[in-house]
Design a binder for this molecule. Structure first.
Ligand code: MTE
Ligand code: MO
Length: 323
């Protein structure tokens, strides 16, 4: 008999998957597309097993030198645990997405930089990753679902990309977009989601010292399931701001509407800063479970990164900074 036991850090469904709970409700309403979406899982999965990747051309950049500046108050989350507990809705809405994510083709990979910039450009990931020194940073990550992890990311400060892009002084925000390819990502056939995944930051947030573009993790090129070949890390914000597999970075004067805000604006907003005192409409944010352990810890304001970022929000007290 095959009894599935819940490990300590796996929360009850109610807590672990709030993001897809209301999506299921939506899916339910959208009865016409449900059948097609369910069928679409099968071909995506088959393709995942057929893909054979070339050796990653950025392999020689890792492991990168670790920055002394960013330290942890907890052990690094085991790579295996971290690589098998993921949110990547393009592939599926469960935490078990690693096999399907192998269908992602990460070369060639081009990032389009456009909008309010001196000159729009397209840059290949292997050019981009060699333009700046790559460093390793130990960051904590707090998902809005109340679980957390600690990760050795590698990459470069987003400020470097902003500098490269030469935005006009009228640009106020950076809008980022994930790839769109239904043929490899079955989730993207589900028409009730606002694909492609979009996230945004203010210019001040994008150029903050903490804001990091991730190209590697655990001493090697970043895994597909974590958002290869280019993913954002903004450790003072809830996990959903950490957009994966970025293909487009646009500078704009309009506040970008993120994927989650578009889906459910009563629960997810633009700022999404971590605050243990402001509950999500459906659960408390006071504490978090460290994935891979049975440990629960109190959540910290700005996930403990207030010294770097609290100043960004002075004068914005009237805004929904915590959702
Ligand atoms: N494109 C894309 N980016 C995404 C998501 C997603 O579903 N699609 N999920 C977000 C959420 S909710 C979290 S918590 C983190 C999870 O990152 P991890 O799977 O590497 O732990 O990715 C974020 N970035
Ligand atoms: Mo999340």
């Amino acid at each position: 008999m095959n009894i599935i036991r819940r490990r300590g850090w796996e929360m009850p469904e109610r807590l672990a998957t709030p993001e897809h709970m209301f999506l299921n409700r939506r899916a339910f309403l959208s009865t016409v597309t449900v059948g097609a979406a369910a069928l679409s899982l099968a071909p995506g999965f088959a393709q995942a097993q057929r893909v054979t990747d070339q050796p990653d051309p950025s392999m020689d950049l890792y492991p990168a030198k670790r920055s002394e500046k960013f330290t942890l108050d907890r052990p690094i989350t085991d790579e295996k645990i971290n690589g098998t507990w993921n949110n990547f809705y393009e592939f599926n809405g469960t935490k078990n997405v690693v096999r399907q994510a192998q269908a992602l083709k990460i070369r060639p990979w081009t990032i389009k930089i456009d909008g309010m910039v001196e000159k729009a450009m397209e840059v290949g990931i292997d050019d981009l990753v060699r333009k700046f020194p790559i460093e390793e940073r130990l960051y904590r990550h707090r998902c809005v679902e109340a679980w957390s992890m600690a990760v050795p990311w590698s990459g470069f400060p987003m400020a470097k990309l902003v500098e490269l892009a030469k935005p006009l002084s009228s640009a106020k925000y950076v809008r980022m977009e994930t790839f769109l390819d239904k043929s490899i990502a079955p989730g993207q056939k589900q028409s009730w989601y606002p694909w492609p995944y979009v996230e945004g930051l203010t210019m001040a947030e994008a150029t903050n010292e903490l804001t990091f573009l991730v190209t590697g993790a655990y001493g090697k090129p970043v895994a597909k399931v974590h958002g290869a070949p280019l993913r954002l890390a903004v450790p003072w914000k809830y996990g959903f701001k950490h957009i994966k597999s970025i293909v487009r970075v646009s500078f704009t004067d309009k506040q970008p509407k993120s994927y989650w805000e578009d889906l459910q604006s009563s629960e997810y907003g633009f700022w999404a800063n971590v605050n243990p005192e402001v509950a999500h409409p459906r659960w408390s944010q006071a504490s978090e479970e460290l994935i891979g352990t049975s440990e629960r810890r109190p959540t910290l304001l700005f996930n403990g990164y207030g010294e770097y970022v609290a100043g960004l929000y002075k004068g914005l007290e009237a805004e929904r900074l915590w959702a």
